[in-house]
Write a protein that binds this ligand. Structure first.
Ligand SMILES: CC(C)(COP(=O)(O)OP(=O)(O)OC[C@H]1O[C@@H](n2cnc3c(N)ncnc32)[C@H](O)[C@@H]1OP(=O)(O)O)[C@@H](O)C(=O)NCCC(=O)NCCS
Length: 153
C-alpha cells in the first residue's frame, strides 16, 4: 500500500498523542523496533523529537539528541506506505538544519551495514563512515555491526 503525497509535508514537534501512530509504524519498518518507553523517555529527556505530518497523518518521525557541540540522530523513520517519496531525505535535511542551529559542529548516527537504503540516503547527504561498532545491534542471527557515520556541520 502507498499513500498520496498531495499536501506539503509539515514538520512539527512530536507529542505524546502521536505515540499510538508512531507505535503502529515502528514495528513494521524495524526488525528491532523502539518501544513506546524509548519514545516517552526521549520526549521527557527533551531530545529533539519531530514528526512529518502529511494531511493530518504522521508519515515519518525522528529523534535527535543534542550533546556538547555534537548532535546524534537516534531514530529516522518513514512509514512504509510513505517511503520512496523523498520524505526520508526531507526529514534528514531538517535534522541537519536543527543540529546546525544548535551549537553542534558534528552530527553522528549509526546504521546497520545491511540497511542499504538508509546508507545511500546518508552518503548522499554528505555523511561519511567513521568506524564500525562491532556487534552493536541485536539481529535475527545474533548481533550485527553498526557503521558510525558523521557529518561536519
Ligand atoms: C531509510 C528511510 C528513512 C528512507 O526514507 P524514504 O522516504 O523512503 O527515502 P527517500 O524517498 O527520501 O529517498 C532518499 C534516498 O534514500 C535512498 N533510498 C531510499 N529508498 C531506497 C531503496 N529502496 N533502495 C536504495 N536506496 C534507497 C536513495 O539514495 C534515495 O535517493 P534517490 O531517490 O535519489 O535514489 C526509510 O526507508 C525508512 O524509514 N526505513 C526503515 C527505517 C530505517 O531503516 N531507518 C533508518 C535507520 S538508520
Amino acid at each position: 500500500m502507498s499513500a498520496q503525497l498531495d499536501t506539503l509535508p509539515k514538520l512539527r514537534p512530536m507529542r505524546g498523542a502521536d505515540l499510538d501512530r508512531v507505535m503502529e509504524i515502528e514495528p513494521v519498518i524495524y526488525t528491532h523496533p523502539w518501544t513506546r518507553g524509548n519514545f516517552d523517555d526521549s520526549l521527557k529527556a527533551g531530545y529533539s523529537c519531530w514528526v512529518i505530518d502529511c494531511g493530518g497523518s504522521v508519515a515519518g518521525y525522528g529523534v535527535l539528541m543534542n550533546g556538547v557541540r555534537e548532535a546524534h540522530l537516534l531514530n529516522l523513520s518513514v512509514a512504509v506506505e510513505w517511503q520512496g517519496r523523498g520524505l526520508g531525505r526531507y526529514l534528514l535535511e531538517q535534522f541537519v538544519r536543527i543540529a546546525r542551529e544548535s551549537d553542534a559542529v558534528q552530527m553522528f548516527l549509526e546504521v546497520r551495514p545491511s540497511n542499504e537504503a538508509a546508507r545511500r540516503l546518508y552518503v548522499d547527504a554528505g555523511f561519511r563512515e567513521i568506524t564500525v561498532r562491532r556487534g552493536y545491534y541485536p539481529s535475527r542471527r545474533g548481533r550485527e555491526d553498526a557503521i558510525l557515520m558523521g557529518l561536519d556541520l
